[in-house]
Design a protein around this ligand. Structure first.
Ligand SMILES: Cc1cc2nc3c(=O)[nH]c(=O)nc-3n(C[C@H](O)[C@H](O)[C@H](O)COP(=O)(O)OP(=O)(O)OC[C@H]3O[C@@H](n4cnc5c(N)ncnc54)[C@H](O)[C@@H]3O)c2cc1C
Length: 395
């Protein structure tokens, strides 16, 4: 959609085809979860969030930066603000649907021809696109071919298929020999083999102010949610690349949960050395360390004799509760998709080497990033850059 806007602003005739009945369904889903559009982080740190694609994103963010994104939203009448940890959101007065509506109005005003319920079915000949009109009526199911001067594909990843991002484009690109990295869930929950007792007792319980790491990797701070299947929440999502790598290597993928990351070990041992008297394990942990009632259950789940551990050993357990991860949640539940069109398939403007004039943008490209505004910003920046590539190409 941003590529369409940029190209229409440059005076090109733009036709947009969307398989669903409405545009931007996943954009609206992102809106339900807080609508974190981007982040004010300094650009080189921002680019490092894209892992192996850091240097590519340094260039992409230079072309369409978080500042550009804020200016773009403001130009649509949507003011933004910077929230905790630098995250950029639309101000509360604006609902996600307001931004989407304003954007669609702008596209229409620019003359972009929007065709919903139109599915791209594949390529034909050197420049042709096969499309199908799925609107009810006399044309329902009609297939036709379009011969545009250039094409931007922005078909999304393969999670939340109900929003339209179903990954069904994979064979259509494989047919012409485009190298693809297999899809994998990113920013998703991790499955832990809880006992039946734990699952029943805990249900969904948040754990605040904790830190999480995979094996001896770096700690990620934040809040996690204990769920029936395992754990979810921002720190878990941020660790999915490491978990995936550990699981792919045959495991074990071990998460370590630090329940008191701000307390020096000596202080923790001192607090745990206080006389317990007649207090239960749960009351003792609550009184001395303000730990929630879920914690003793979690400690016993990890180590059945937790309540009888001497202070130093109990402190060590509280600082590294082992959570053996059996797997990641299914792709369709994930916030984003790793894998997709591999960058060696593209030139510097995101144009397919196998098919000059066809550009690729957004989550269908093989990059991943944590939550925090890096996903939408990545989609916007690749969209703006692909539009620039189209302009170079057609001129
Ligand atoms: C629950 C949730 C919360 C999120 N929250 C945030 C957040 O707060 N911040 C953030 O930065 N990111 C967030 N994201 C991620 C963000 O929404 C996505 O990264 C982004 O929407 C991807 O944009 P895209 O344009 O690449 O693909 P999509 O938004 O998936 O759009 C692709 C479109 O292509 C259409 N399409 C697919 N195949 C065809 C075809 N053959 N023919 C025609 N049309 C087709 C689809 O119907 C779809 O509308 C969230 C995602 C989820 C699921």
């Amino acid at each position: 959609m941003l590529a369409a806007q940029r190209l229409a602003e440059a005076g090109l005739r733009v036709q947009l085809f969307e398989a669903q009945a409405t545009l931007g369904r996943k954009f609206l889903v992102a809106g339900h979860g807080g609508f974190n559009l981007s982040n004010v982080e300094e650009l080189s740190r921002f680019a490092s969030r894209y892992g192996a694609e850091e240097s590519r994103f340094e260039q992409l963010l230079g072309h369409f930066s978080p500042l550009d994104l804020r200016a773009w939203a403001a130009d649509l009448g949507i003011e933004t603000f910077v929230g905790t940890s630098g995250r950029i959101f639309p101000v509360a007065a604006h609902k996600p649907a307001d931004l989407l509506r304003a954007w669609l109005r702008r596209l229409q005003a620019l003359g972009v021809e929007i065709n919903t319920r139109h599915r791209w079915l594949g390529f034909t000949g050197p420049t042709g696109l096969r499309l199908r009109n799925d609107n009810p009526g006399p044309d329902a199911g009609r297939e036709f071919v379009l011969e545009p001067a250039a094409t931007v594909l922005a078909l999304g990843g393969a999670s939340w298929a109900k929003t339209g991002s179903d990954g069904a484009w994979v064979p259509l690109l494989q047919e012409i020999g485009v190298p693809l990295t297999p899809f994998a869930p990113a920013n998703c929950g991790a499955e832990v083999g809880w006992s039946a007792f734990f699952r029943q007792k805990i249900g969904r319980t948040p754990l605040k102010n904790m830190a999480l790491r995979v094996s001896d990797g770096p700690e990620v701070r934040g809040e996690i949610m204990l769920t029936e299947y395992g754990v979810e929440g921002t720190p878990v999502y941020a660790l999915t690349p490491r978990l995936r790598a550990a699981l792919a290597g045959g495991g074990p993928a071990l998460l370590h949960l630090n329940l008191k990351p701000d307390l020096p070990e000596a202080t923790l041992i001192h607090k745990l050395s206080q006389p317990r008297g007649k207090a239960s394990f749960s009351d003792f942990l609550k009184k001395n360390l303000s730990l929630s009632p879920a914690v003793p259950t979690l400690l016993r789940e990890a180590y059945p004799e937790a309540a009888t551990l001497p202070p130093a050993a109990l402190a060590a357990l509280l600082r590294a509760v082992p959570l053996p991860v059996a797997g990641l949640r299914p792709l369709d539940e994930a916030i984003s998709t790793a894998g997709g069109v591999a960058f060696p398939a593209l030139d510097e403007y995101l144009m397919l080497r196998q098919r000059p004039g066809t550009f690729v943008a957004g989550e269908m490209l093989d990059w991943e990033a944590p939550t925090g505004g890096y996903l939408l910003q990545g989609c916007f920046s690749t969209g703006a850059w692909a539009a620039r590539g189209v302009l170079n190409f057609v001129r």
